[in-house]
Design a protein around this ligand. Structure first.
Ligand SMILES: [Fe+2]
Ligand SMILES: [Fe+2]
Length: 127
């Protein structure tokens, strides 16, 4: 992002390094959500497995796309997306709920919790 673009953001009282940190935290969340949903689709058991697997895979793809969008924005702002997966755990807001119970209902509960957390994260960034 050019000088003018950065100046516009700063004119709203937004500190770009702080914004980059918030975006990197969201970036960590997107990757962990991606993996959580993707793995959930692999291990899911119970009824209605097929419908839930399709849903989880679609959502995992969404999270991967979001991670890409957030990475692009961090780079536009002059920052660097987290370079080490191990940093995801240091930066995450929403954490990672391992799918250790493969029951589709439990997986969906975990994922709803993750989605609600993601909404609060972006709401907070907007504020
Ligand atoms: Fe997402
Ligand atoms: Fe999501």
């Amino acid at each position: 992002m050019g000088t003018k673009g950065r100046a516009i953001i700063e004119s709203f009282g937004i500190k770009i390094p702080e914004l980059i940190t918030l975006l990197n935290k969201a970036f960590a969340d997107e990757w962990l959500a991606y993996y959580q949903y993707w793995l959930g689709a692999k291990v899911a058991v119970g009824m209605p497995r097929e419908a839930v697997v399709a849903e989880l895979l679609q959502h995992s793809n969404d999270e991967l796309r979001h991670a890409g969008m957030v990475a692009d924005r961090i780079i536009q702002l002059g920052g660097t997306p987290l370079l080490e997966p191990k940093e995801w755990y240091d930066f995450t807001n929403c954490g990672y709920d391992k799918p250790d119970n493969p029951d589709v209902r439990v997986l969906l509960e975990q994922n709803i919790k993750g989605e609600q957390c993601a909404i609060s994260v972006y709401e907070n960034i907007m504020k």
